[in-house]
Design a protein around this ligand. Structure first.
Ligand code: GDP
Length: 293
């Protein structure tokens, strides 16, 4: 379970307000203060926290509860809705056409968990949508092919070849998997270094290959910095979805999740561990329901 600390402190705020006999302005203020504290502790951007608090307070005092709801229930319902809004509301779709080989290109900063996530996604897709192949085109780190193979085991083929030209590897890999009628191909590209802005040209590879979907991996432990990172990539290539990784150990994962959502890039999955099946589909409503218990 991710973000346990945020969940338990939000649930605490909820159970306190549920125990009150009268929901007046003082009770709402106390509730909002506790929600604020929980979100700030989870590293959610202060401006977003203030905006959410203002909306909860205003709505909880002004709106009338729907039939069968008490004012207490209303406050909790509003919290649920505002948190869901913060995270993007609806789950983002994974585009897929059944009669072709769908090509996904993974991009991200080195160390963000990109290669691990390629393996996880391949595993996830193969369980649901048939044949999945991987192209290892990380020419900066040839050992990543072995890393992927160790993660996925013998069931998912990993294509690579000795070459300094990632586009050549990608092209040949796509041809190979198309011939074999694979449903999905996932391309692992070389990770961009934090301080090198022009080393890897994701845009060149994108233009040459024309993938159906570009997925960006972002390390969930970097908190607010996730916003700038998601924006920077999305300005270079059309990022169709983000996977926020390492949300298992990070008590502060709320920061990265809300930051990415605020950048406008839809979150497709979250990574919750180092194993190949530690990947969860990100559905804001389900996520918030689980958070609030
Ligand atoms: P890359 O350089 O972006 O390709 O990153 P790697 O895939 O090699 O991952 C870097 C490190 O992060 C490795 O030690 C992975 O096991 C670890 N890692 C990746 N995803 C997760 C995750 O969701 N949770 C945890 N705890 N570790 C992860």
């Amino acid at each position: 379970m991710v973000l346990e600390k945020l969940g338990s402190s939000l649930r605490n705020a909820v159970s306190k307000i549920m125990g009150k006999s009268v929901i007046d302005e003082a009770a709402v203020n106390e509730f909002v203060r506790e929600v604020q504290r929980s979100l700030i502790e989870a590293d959610v951007d202060v401006k977003l926290v203030l905006e959410i608090s203002r909306r909860i307070k205003e709505r909880a005092l002004k709106e009338s509860p729907p039939p069968g709801f008490s004012r207490r229930d209303l406050a909790v319902k509003i919290l649920y809705e505002e948190l869901t809004n913060l995270l993007g509301r609806k789950p983002a779709e994974i585009p897929m056409e059944s009669k072709k080989t769908n090509v996904i290109m993974m991009v991200g900063i080195e160390g963000s968990g990109k290669t691990t996530t390629v393996a996880k996604l391949a595993f996830w897709l193969s369980k649901r949508f048939g044949k999945v192949g991987i192209i290892s085109a990380d020419v900066m780190r040839p050992a990543s092919k072995l890393q992927i193979e160790q993660l996925v085991g013998p069931d998912i083929p990993v294509f690579s070849k000795e070459s300094k030209d990632p586009v050549e590897i990608m092209r040949e890999g796509i041809e190979f998997f198309k011939r074999e009628r694979y449903n999905f191909v996932i391309i692992d590209t070389a990770g961009r270094h934090k301080d090198e802005s022009s080393l890897m040209s994701e845009l060149d590879a994108y233009r040459e290959i024309g993938p159906d979907l570009v997925i960006l991996t972002i390390d969930g432990t970097i908190g607010q910095a996730a916003y700038a990172q998601a924006r920077a990539f999305a300005e270079k290539v059309p990022v169709g979805g983000v996977i926020v990784t390492k949300l298992d150990g990070a008590a502060k994962g709320g920061g990265a999740l809300s930051a990415v959502a605020a950048s406008g890039a839809p979150i497709l999955f979250i990574g919750t561990g180092e194993r190949v099946d530690d990947l969860e589909r990100f559905d804001p409503e389900r996520f918030v329901s689980r958070l609030l218990g």
